[in-house]
Design a protein around this ligand. Structure first.
Ligand SMILES: C[S@@+](CC[C@H](N)C(=O)[O-])C[C@H]1O[C@@H](n2cnc3c(N)ncnc32)[C@H](O)[C@@H]1O
Length: 257
């Protein structure tokens, strides 16, 4: 690939790749780590990701009968937490949650986890990209994306899709890592991110590169205030964010009015 091509491309961790290359690379990466994904999340975050996801669903406040679109839903962490609050009796059989993700392997594991928990209805697992959601305009009450926006090729296009899919009065929530934390903690965080996480990825998942990508993609993600501006530019209103665990992650909330 020539320098001209790479400089006009998009970030893939610390590398630049052509725009059309990024989605297949990311899909391959998540297909390959899928079987270790849940275990790695627990190990890397010492279980803290569970608290963040619980906080996301608590802030979302899903109501029975609402339709939730969980984009980049992976192995179903958000869907499985939200389902009991959405699927009161009559709603359970209606497929009130759509988990969209381009990685078939991540979805397969999510589907199997749901079955293990005795969940036979209420969640539909759909192979799709955040930039091209297979749902009608103004058809969902709630849109969530947890640790997914960082992976999409064009964040602006994904946010525009979120607005298109939401009904007027619908809620948008994004959970994502932040690129910078308190300056005093930054050296320790760098050591953890660039040394511990890739090594753990190698030992547990046999894939150092995937977890190096994870860390590098976090550093390239917009800061909280920049993401607020992008969400507002996509036409969503009342944009706010909450920092989690000293700003290691953040929840961004907005509404389609
Ligand atoms: C870090 S995982 C997060 C999974 C889940 N939301 C969670 O919090 O555990 C990121 C997910 O984003 C998905 N993903 C990557 N690129 C995507 C895209 N363009 N559109 C939608 N999802 C994407 C991956 O396949 C993967 O399942």
């Amino acid at each position: 690939m020539s320098e001209d091509e790479t400089s006009s491309g998009v970030d893939f961790g610390s590398r630049r790749v052509r725009e059309e290359e990024k989605a297949p690379l990311i899909r391959g990466l998540f297909d390959s780590v899928a079987s270790h994904y849940d275990l790695m999340n627990d190990l890397m975050s010492v279980g803290i990701h569970r608290l963040w996801k619980a906080e996301m669903v608590a802030w979302l406040k899903p109501h029975p009968g609402q339709v939730l679109l969980d984009v980049a839903g992976g192995t179903g962490d958000i869907a499985l937490r939200a389902l009991p609050r959405l699927a009161a009796e009559q709603a359970a059989a209606l497929g009130r949650i759509f988990v969209c993700d381009p990685s078939e392997r991540m979805l397969e594991i999510g589907r199997a986890r749901a079955l293990d928990q005795g969940i036979l209805a209420g969640i539909e697992w759909v192979c799709a990209d955040a930039e091209r959601l297979p749902v009608a305009d103004r058809s969902v009450d709630l849109y969530t994306i947890a640790f997914g926006l960082r992976n999409v090729t064009r964040i602006d296009a994904a946010l525009a899709e979120a607005r298109r899919a939401l009904k007027p009065g619908g809620r948008f929530l994004c959970l994502e890592f932040t690129p910078k934390i308190a300056p005093l903690l930054q050296p320790l965080y760098d050591l953890y991110s660039f040394h511990f996480v890739p090594r753990l990825g190698l030992i547990v998942a046999g894939d150092r590169e995937a977890y190096t990508y994870l860390v590098e993609s976090i550093r390239r993600f917009p800061r909280q205030s920049e993401l607020c501006e992008m969400i507002a530019r996509a036409g969503l209103d009342q944009v706010r964010f909450r920092n989690l665990t000293g700003g290691v992650a953040a929840l961004h909330s907005a509404w389609r009015l």
